[in-house]
Design a protein around this ligand. Structure first.
Ligand code: GLN
Length: 588
């Protein structure tokens, strides 16, 4: 037991997946956790991954979706993003574990002689280490409820020790300490035209075989679960019909919390866990009203519409840019704008074709990325945006693309490039971090996690972060015309070579956000006289966008694009608030 652990104080909701992976366990768990948090309870989610990697840093976004970086620098799975967004809560490395990390800890202890001559086994040592980790999370966060999501599917080799550890934990903690939730999949073969539950039954049976009796079953399916299917699932899993929740496909995951609440699953869990006395009705009402307003805006008629071009090597895979996608969704709801995202694979066109490809776009985002493929055409996209006055937001690699584009076409350095993308180029305006030049190898030398950004006064960046400040902080220090700091999350190896800063600035590029002490450029922009909205960050602004607190750079991009496309929109309070008047607003 970790120091200070009091049995009975903390409760556990354990979420398992059956039949197949990718069912949205994280979405279910975070929606339920949100409902409890809104009632005033403290919640702590954790995702238990079965794979042996120590973190998600070396995983391909192609196969696994985006790498979500936490403020403390841990590279995690995109599910952590879902938790942060739905709970509006920053998470840490305590909220994420992989089998690799757990084994590494056990093996380190073995080498240190901590097992006192015993043989080291999956049970009790590895399972014990899992239980200890979960209880530590409970004590250290003071959680009323720890939400545990087991990665993969029940029946996999690699997560079996987690399931056993959870079974033991629930037993040791006592009867009302845990609520087990099973997700499952109900198929509807087009040829039959009805929902078939056999696969779900078999999957749930696997969980029962592992000694876990679910308390709640959530079913995934294209259409809402039918009554006969619900009854069958209830019968064969031993779960009351009322506790079988249909998590069918929806337009937005943000409606799931309300749907769970409507059928009373939040109360069911609280009753089971004997936590009803910790609920604050007042807090719940206020939080629900705020959320309902957001969902209302999300579903409601949109006043404006625009087309957004999003470039990316993984353009075919939305998951690779999940947080960017979500940030756009948050802004669309807030500004009542229907944003039609056009994913552009820059490997399919030449740099000089960019203008043609982007002709219809009202705004463009070049998001993060690694490697050389498609980058010349991304630079072509940036050039088009700069020259045509199309609102542009660059993220990480998109920031570097903007630096290179400016160096080549404005600052008179035609041979400008980056040491990552064109190692032989004449002017490496983007180069490996000076302090990291000595370090080699993958995974270890990235600049990761939350860092301060010193924002220069009277810039576009300052304007946007000041607007957000009125919505609830995030800004430290500084009077109206003084610099101030904000915090953003990074994941990069390369940066602007300080030797070129003066030359780029002389050519009109404004570095409006820097590292507070080191010469690391973190935000760039063009002045309003030259461009209505041209802004880029070396960090990943999408990682901190939350449904009720959209990220200001995204807000600025869309507000500027709306204003440029719909000239009468300047009278719209949201658009007016988030955009500046710009002499360069009308396209040349
Ligand atoms: N490849 C670039 C770097 O490592 C950008 C990284 C990113 O976009 N996340 O600096």
């Amino acid at each position: 037991m970790p120091a200070g652990y009091v049995r009975g104080r903390h409760r556990y909701v354990m979420v398992f997946g059956t039949v197949m992976s990718g069912l949205g366990k994280g979405i279910f768990a975070s929606s339920l956790a949100k409902l409890l948090k809104d009632k005033g309870l403290t919640v702590a989610p954790i995702k238990l991954e079965g794979y042996l990697n120590l973190d998600s840093g070396t995983l391909s976004p192609y196969r696994h979706g985006e790498v979500f970086v936490l403020d403390d620098g841990l590279e995690t799975d995109m599910d952590l993003g879902t938790y942060e967004r739905l709970l509006d809560q920053d998470l840490t490395r305590q909220n994420y574990a992989t089998a690799g990390r757990i084994f590494q800890e056990v093996l380190n202890k073995e080498r240190a002689g901590d097992y006192l001559g015993r043989d080291v086994q999956m049970i009790p040592h590895v399972t014990g280490s899992v239980k200890h980790m979960l209880r530590s999370l409970a004590v250290e966060t003071g959680a009323d409820v720890v939400f545990i999501e087991v990665g993969g599917t029940v029946g996999d080799y690699e997560n079996a020790f987690y399931i056993e550890a959870l079974r033991q934990l629930a037993f040791e903690e006592g009867p009302s300490s845990a609520s087990m939730v099973a997700l499952t999949y109900v198929i509807e073969p087009p040829a039959l035209g009805e929902q078939k539950t056999k696969a779900a039954q078999l999957g749930l049976k696997k969980l029962l075989e592992a000694g876990v009796q679910p308390h709640i079953v959530a079913t995934r399916s294209a259409e809402p679960l039918t009554d006969p299917a619900r009854e069958k699932i209830a019968m064969f899993s031993g779960v009351p019909v009322a506790n079988v929740f249909s998590m069918h496909d929806r337009e937005s995951i943000y409606t799931i919390p309300e749907d769970l609440h409507e059928i009373g699953l939040d109360t069911e869990v609280l009753t089971r866990l004997r936590l009803l006395d910790r609920v604050s009705v007042e807090k719940e009402e206020a939080a629900r009203a705020r959320w309902q307003r957001f969902v209302g805006k999300l579903k409601g008629e949109r006043r404006f519409s625009l087309k957004l071009g999003l470039t990316g090597k993984y353009a075919a895979l939305r998951d690779a840019y999940a947080s960017v996608d979500k940030a756009i969704e948050h802004v669309g709801a807030r500004l009542s704008c229907d944003i039609d995202v056009d994913w552009l694979d820059t490997t399919t066109f030449e740099p000089d074709e960019a203008a043609g490809r982007l002709a219809e776009m009202d705004a463009v985002i070049v998001p993060g990325g690694f490697g050389q493929r498609g980058t010349e055409s991304k630079i072509g996209c940036v050039r088009h945006c700069r020259e045509s006055g199309t609102p542009y937001l660059g993220i990480c690699l998109g920031f570097q693309m903007a630096v290179i584009e400016h160096a080549r076409h404005v600052a008179g350095l035609p041979g400008a490039g980056s040491s990552e993308l064109s190692p032989g180029c004449e002017d490496k305006v983007v180069d490996i971090l000076p302090e990291q030049k000595a370090i080699e190898g993958l995974g270890g030398n990235m600049r990761l996690g939350g860092q301060s950004v010193l924002v220069q006064p009277d810039t576009l960046a300052a304007f946007l972060y000041r607007v957000r400040e009125q919505d609830g902080g995030g800004v430290k220090g500084g009077g109206p015309h003084e610099p101030f700091t904000v915090r953003e999350r990074f994941r990069h190896r390369y940066e602007v070579d300080p030797a070129y800063i003066q030359r780029l600035e002389a050519a009109g590029l404004v570095f409006s956000g820097r590292h507070p002490v080191q010469p690391i450029m973190q935000v760039l922009e063009l002045p309003p006289a030259q461009h209505p909205f041209f802004l880029a960050g070396q960090f990943h602004p999408e990682l901190t966008s939350r449904p009720l607190r959209p990220q200001p750079m995204f807000m600025g991009l869309i507000a500027a694009a709306i204003r440029r496309k719909h000239p009468d929109a300047a009278s719209d309070p949201g658009v007016a608030r988030w955009s500046r008047a710009s002499p360069a607003r009308t396209p040349a």
